[in-house]
Structure formats: structure tokens, C-alpha cells
Design a protein. Structure first.
Length: 718
């Protein structure tokens, strides 16, 4: 993934540098070099803002870091502190106005901002700020919103200081007021503030802003009085870390999006900024406050694709995760191939992990032209095919006559992959099997990754067989979300996997996602199936979905038995599955909590009991109130409480003239919840339980998908 408009847009890299010694060209040089190390996070524009002689100066432009800055620029930006940015737009278009650092000037105060993320409640906050302060917005990026909010809050805080409002450590001097400053690219004259001793106003201002923001952000603000404020959102979606460097003449503090920038600067990694933590650097000291404590939701894509392979996030090396993803793929890959080749560059370490675990030889079969980047001028549509070859060319000597497995980090729209498969066949590949580290991407991201709409996502309404056909491959093997979690190995599975499950990490973001009916499509209705045995009803659901008679997806199949045929059926259709063994849990509550975890993880909207031979307890009932349905093989309310073949025995014993099947909502009363649908089957002379079961099952296979369809369309009437 990553070519010709098929890529996920990486969204921004941030760096801050603070020198204890004083103004020197080392600071802009460090920012410049750090930005080069972070270039993979954005190639659209880059910029540096510094404080020189108490003035905020900025140089930014469209293009790559090395194209924007000259030696003279860097020398001119000699300073004690500064921030830098590389950008790939998420909100806001790709223009110089949106390039960062973005500068906001108000009387007496100038603030530069570098931002990585996306604010979900941007429109709402922007309107509030506009109404409240009659403040015009000059560009469309949510960055402007944050810097304006911060400046407003900081001014309030400074006013309080002026009034001597008794805040801890506060000094009483007000900032000097100056006229609106010139907005030229290299900054302009303004008066420095009288020094404020305490860091409290900066913490308070940022805290007040963060309380209002909903979304993902790692943000750095450079205040003209010589202060850097950096913060990471309470969920920790984006990485952000602190580094230090001691030289004979200076002590330097760094804050950067990724550790690879610290390495490039020869700095020591100190620690990650904690989710919900604010860092203030001023008066030659770094102070922090950890003010928000929420469940973390680190974007799994940082490890899967965005971050550089040599970076370490949350003490978890990106390289190790990618290798483990390959090892996980080796566990589930079922085909015979001659070689495995990575799609460079992000597929490399995964392909190595796969090769090591499977014993399949690793080859470099695709060569990437590293001199083509995203500012490359796009040719007309008909020339796109040759463009792919310009970027990525197969090595015929490696591929011809071979059964090839190719490894990519993810498939988003699938356009590139489709062309790639054809390209490999054109140079003589006998078979092309696709291995993908990231599980199917089914939902858009609103936390700063430019994932397309549901409609554009290849996997949002296709199963594995359909994806394989669409891509023209011999097979497609994805990792499961469980495998991804194992590979990440983060404590408490602290990851955001919303794009894989449709479950967004905060209620507000979830609400926002639901409200976005992009191109008339919403998250596919997701069912979780609990099945203890044969799974013919599960098969019927799958068949109905695959033949497009049922507009839903099976998110997971769970069984209480490890040998259940239902699990094999799920595996065959590339559906995630889990064996949750009740014996492993001290009680029903713990057992059901584990089931709920799986169902929530996979974004289940409805739980379907398809031959699940256990009584549902209060824990599960409460978690999916009115959204658990069961198929029962008699005409309820007759013959409640029986299971499987025993039901048909009961019916025959009772001398019934007719039997059938029922789908009902599961409540605490066994087989006693509201009936949603029934089908009748006559009892025939000479019927045995087996014969009757066979005819009832046929009806079950029609009834169950029909009732699920009612839920999908919201027409089940309960
Ligand atoms: C089906 O007949 C279903 O109605 C029944 O088990 C069978 C499962 O078959 N369910 C119950 O008895 C629940 N009380 P399957 O595994 O082939 O779908």
C-alpha cells in the first residue's frame, strides 16, 4: 500500500528543540535534521518556527524539507528554541496557508503551532470560538482552532496573573501589548513579554483547551515569550516522545513524533509523553503535568505502517511488531509457494518474519524507485499503469515460473494491489498469493488517518473470496485482530482498532461516525455468531451474505467447543473466530465477559445463537440487551428448554402433528423471549428425530437469515 492515490496519507510529524545554552544555529539545524528523519510522516509541506531576539520567526513552504531550507535560512534562524513540522493534510487543503507551523498573533502574544492529528468536534468548536470572540478563521485546518483556543486561554491566564489572582508561583507582571504584527513568512517584529516565572498559566491554558478537544493530537506550541508547550491527547492516538542530549557546551531538550528523529540527532530517548500529559519547557527546565487519565487507544497503524521501522513507540519497537505480524501470518497461511517477496518498504520486516517462521525463501522481487515521492506530478489516467512500473518494478529473474507470496502492510482500496498482481503475472508468476499484516480495513478513521469512505474501502462489503477475486490473486490471507494484538503485545490491548471493527474509542467519536452517512453508506451491520457444533445455520448466514441476499457481515464466530465444525467454517471463509473455553473461567460471569470482549472488539451489533448449547447469563444479556437472538428447533412456546435433536424427540413423543422452528429474542426466561419469526413443518408418519430435524433445518436456514435481515433494516419490531 502506498502508491498512486491508493495510499493512506500519513499525517504530520512534529519536532521541538530547546537549547539551555542560548541562541545558536544548532537549534534550527537540529529541527531541520529531525524533520528530515520525520519526512515519511508528510511530504506536502515543511516549516520551522523559532524565537530569535524575542521574536517569532518562521520559514515554511510546500515540498520536501531538503528543498525548502537553504544554509542561509538555517543560519538566519539561529535561536534558543523552536518547533518544526512536516505535513500531509487531513483536514484542510494542500496549500501554503495550511502549511505549518501556523502562526497566530494577538496583541502582545504570538504563538506558533505544529500539530499531528484530527479534531472530531472541530466544526462545533470553531463555531463556538467564532461566535464568542468574533474571530475570523483564515484557513481550514483544525490547527488554527487549537492555536486560537490556546492563545485565548493563555491571555485569560495572563490577565489573572496581572491581577495577582493568587495562582501558585504566579508573577504579577502583565505581557506588554503590541500592535498586530506582520505575517510574513520569516516572522516579524514584536516586543518580547516580560518574563513570567511560573509555568502555571501555560499548563492551565493547555488544560482548558484539552478539556474541549475531542480527537487525536500530538501538538507543540511555541509562545513568543520563550515557552514551548507540548501535549498528547488523553487516548494517546499519536506517538510523541522526549529526548535529551548533553554536549560539552550545551544541554538540549527534544520532543518528537518518533524516536527515529532522536536517533538522527544523536539524542538519548528519555520517555514517551504520557497520553493526557502536558509538557512545558521554559527557563531552561522541562516541567510536566499528567492531567487526563483515560483508557489509551494508540493507533495500531503507527506500528503497522506509518512509523519508521527503526522507531520505538510505547517501548515497543516497530520492527519487532512487524516481524511478529509476519510470524502470525505464517501460522495461518495454507498454500504452497516457492518464494515470499515484500512490497517495499513497509512489507519488508513482515516478509522476513514470515519467511523465518515458514521456512519459505525470502527474495527481493520488487524494486522501488526511491527517488519518486508524493510531490511527483501525476500523469493522466491512462498513463497510471506505467507510473506504477516507474515506482515499483518486478525482478523477472526472481519471479518468472514461481509461485509467489507477496507481503503488504495493508490493503485499503486495493487499486495498487490489483495492478501489482497483474504485473507479477505479466512477468511469469505461476501463482500470486497475497499476505496482509493488517486485518481487513472496514471503517473510516476520524482520528487523523485519511482512510476513505466505506464505499471506497475494499473490505467494507466484501468477504475474502470476493476480495481475492477482485484483486485477481490466487489467495488473500489477512492477519486477524487477535493476531495483531498479539504482535503489538501492548498492556491491556491499549490500541485503537476502529478502522478494523467499526468500534470507535470514545462515545463522542462513535456518535460522530454514526452521523457521517458518507455516500449513503454506514458501517456494515455486524453480527457475532455463537455456535457450539455443526454450524449449518452459520453456513446459511454466510451463504446469504456472500450471495448478497443479506446485507451484513459476520464479525466473529465464537464456540465453547474447540472441535466445533462452525469454527472450521469460519476459518474457511476468512471470518475471525475464537474458542472460548468455559472451563478456563472461574464462573459464568468471567466466561461471558470474555465473550463480550470478543464481540465488542469485532464491533458486533447483534449476537446470533446458531446452535449454541448453553444458557445465556445475565452478564451477556445486559451487554447486548434485546440484541441476542436464538434459533430454536420447535414451534415455541411449545417445547421450551430442549436442545438439538432432543427437541425433535420431545415433539414426536408428544404426538405433535406439526413442528417447525422459531427465532426469538433471548431474555432471562429460557426460550421465552419475544418471538420474531417462525416456520412450520408437518410431522409425517414414520418420522424419526433425525428425519424431522433434517426438514426443520431446511426451514431454519431460510428463517434465521430472514430475521437477521429484519434487524439489519431495523424492522424486527422490538
Ligand atoms: C439447530 O437445529 C438449532 O435450532 C438448534 O441446534 C441446531 C444447530 O444446528 N438449537 C437449539 O437447540 C438451541 N436450543 P447447526 O449447528 O447445524 O446450525
Amino acid at each position: 500500500m502506498s502508491f498512486m492515490g491508493d495510499e493512506i496519507r500519513e499525517e504530520c510529524g512534529v519536532i521541538c528543540v530547546y537549547s539551555e545554552r542560548g541562541e545558536s544555529a544548532d537549534v534550527p539545524y537540529s529541527i531541520y535534521n529531525g524533520l528530515i528523519a520525520l519526512q515519511h510522516r508528510g511530504q506536502e509541506s515543511a516549516g520551522i518556527s523559532v524565537i530569535t531576539d524575542g521574536k517569532l520567526s518562521t520559514k515554511k513552504n510546500m515540498g520536501l524539507v531538503t528543498d525548502i531550507f537553504s544554509t542561509e535560512d538555517i543560519e538566519r534562524l539561529a535561536s534558543k528554541m523552536g518547533i518544526g513540522h512536516v505535513r500531509y493534510s487531513t483536514t484542510g487543503s494542500s496549500t501554503i496557508e495550511n502549511a505549518q507551523p501556523l502562526i497566530h498573533r494577538e496583541r502582545g502574544l504570538s504563538v506558533a503551532i505544529s500539530f499531528n492529528g484530527n479534531i472530531v468536534n472541530y466544526e462545533e468548536l470553531k463555531k463556538r470560538i467564532q461566535d464568542l470572540h468574533q474571530m475570523p478563521f483564515s484557513c481550514s485546518a483544525d490547527t488554527e482552532l487549537i492555536v486560537k483556543m490556546f492563545t485565548t486561554e493563555l491571555k485569560k491566564e495572563l490577565q489573572l496573573e496581572k491581577k495577582g489572582n493568587g495562582r501558585a508561583g504566579a508573577t504579577s507582571k502583565p505581557p506588554s501589548e503590541v500592535g498586530r504584527a506582520d505575517l510574513s513568512a520569516t516572522g516579524a517584529g514584536e516586543l518580547p513579554h516580560p518574563p513570567i516565572k511560573s509555568s502555571e498559566p501555560y499548563f492551565n491554558a493547555m488544560h482548558a483547551v484539552m478539556k474541549q478537544l475531542e480527537g487525536a493530537y500530538s501538538v507543540a506550541l511555541l509562545v513568543s515569550d520563550g515557552t514551548i508547550v507540548a501535549a498528547r491527547d488523553p487516548k494517546g492516538f499519536k506517538p510523541f516522545c522526549i529526548g535529551r542530549k548533553k554536549t560539552l557546551v550545551d544541554d538540549l531538550i527534544f520532543i518528537a513524533s518518533e524516536t527515529c528523529a532522536l536517533d538522527a540527532l544523536d539524542a538519548q530517548f528519555d520517555r514517551d509523553i504520557k497520553p493526557g500529559e502536558i509538557v512545558v519547557v521554559r527557563n531552561n527546565a522541562l516541567e510536566t503535568r499528567h492531567l487526563f487519565h483515560e483508557r489509551h487507544a494508540h493507533c495500531m497503524f503507527e506500528w503497522v505502517y506509518f512509523s519508521r521501522t527503526d522507531s520505538v513507540i510505547e517501548e515497543t519497537p516497530v520492527y519487532n511488531v512487524r516481524v511478529r505480524l509476519g510470524q502470525e501470518l505464517a501460522k495461518v497461511f495454507k498454500h504452497e509457494v516457492d518464494i515470499v517477496i515484500p512490497i517495499p518498504d513497509s512489507g519488508r520486516s513482515t516478509a522476513r518474519g514470515f519467511a523465518r517462521a515458514s521456512g519459505i525463501p525470502y527474495e527481493e522481487g520488487l524494486i522501488k524507485n526511491r527517488y519518486i515521492h508524493r510531490t511527483f506530478i501525476m500523469p493522466a489516467n491512462e498513463q497510471r499503469k506505467s507510473l506504477l512500473k516507474l515506482k515499483l518494478n518486478p525482478v523477472k529473474a526472481v519471479i518468472a515460473g514461481k509461485r509467489v507470496a507477496i507481503v503488504d502492510d495493508s490493503i485499503i482500496r486495493g487499486n495498487t494491489m490489483k495492478r501489482l498482481v497483474k504485473m507479477l503475472r505479466d512477468v511469469g508468476a505461476k501463482e500470486v498469493h497475497i499476505l496482509v499484516s493488517c486485518p481487513p480495513v472496514i471503517s473510516p478513521c476520524y482520528m487523523g488517518i485519511d482512510f476513505p469512505t466505506y464505499k471506497e474501502l475494499l473490505a467494507s462489503d466484501r468477504n475474502i473470496a470476493q476480495i481475492t477475486e477482485e484483486l485477481g490473486a490466487d489467495s488473500v490471507t489477512y492477519n486477524t485482530t487477535d493476531a495483531l494484538q498479539r504482535a503489538l503485545a501492548l498492556p491491556d490491548n491499549d490500541n485503537c482498532m476502529a478502522c478494523l471493527t467499526g468500534v470507535y474509542p470514545t462515545p463522542k467519536i462513535h456518535e460522530y461516525a454514526q452521523s457521517r452517512k458518507i455516500e449513503g453508506k454506514k458501517k456494515p451491520y455486524t453480527i457475532g455468531v455463537l455456535a457450539s457444533g455443526r454450524g449449518s445455520n452459520l453456513q446459511s448466514i454466510i451463504d446469504h451474505i456472500e450471495s448478497k441476499k443479506l446485507n451484513a457481515r459476520v464479525g466473529i464466530v465464537i464456540s465453547d467447543r474447540h472441535d466445533a465444525q462452525s469454527l472450521k467454517r469460519a476459518e474457511k471463509h476468512g471470518i475471525e473466530y475464537a474458542h472460548v473455553d468455559p472451563k478456563k473461567y472461574p464462573g459464568k460471569e468471567e466466561y461471558e465477559k470474555e465473550i463480550i470482549r470478543h464481540l465488542h472488539d469485532k464491533g458486533a451489533d447483534l449476537v446470533v445463537l446458531a446452535g449454541y448449547m448453553r444458557i445465556i447469563g445475565k452478564t451477556l444479556l445486559d451487554a447486548f440487551k434485546d440484541h441476542i437472538i436464538n434459533i430454536h428447533p420447535t414451534l415455541l412456546p411449545r417445547h421450551k428448554g430442549c436442545m438439538g435433536l432432543a427437541c425433535h424427540e420431545e415433539v414426536l413423543k408428544a404426538g405433535e402433528k406439526e413442528s417447525g422452528c422459531t427465532v426469538h429474542i433471548v431474555t432471562q426466561e429460557i426460550d421465552g423471549g419475544p418471538i420474531i419469526g417462525q416456520r412450520k413443518v408437518p410431522v409425517l408418519p414414520g418420522d424419526t428425530p433425525e428425519k424431522l430435524s433434517e426438514r426443520v433445518l431446511k426451514e431454519e436456514h431460510e428463517l434465521l437469515p430472514e430475521v437477521i435481515g429484519l434487524f439489519v433494516r431495523g424492522k424486527h419490531g422490538c
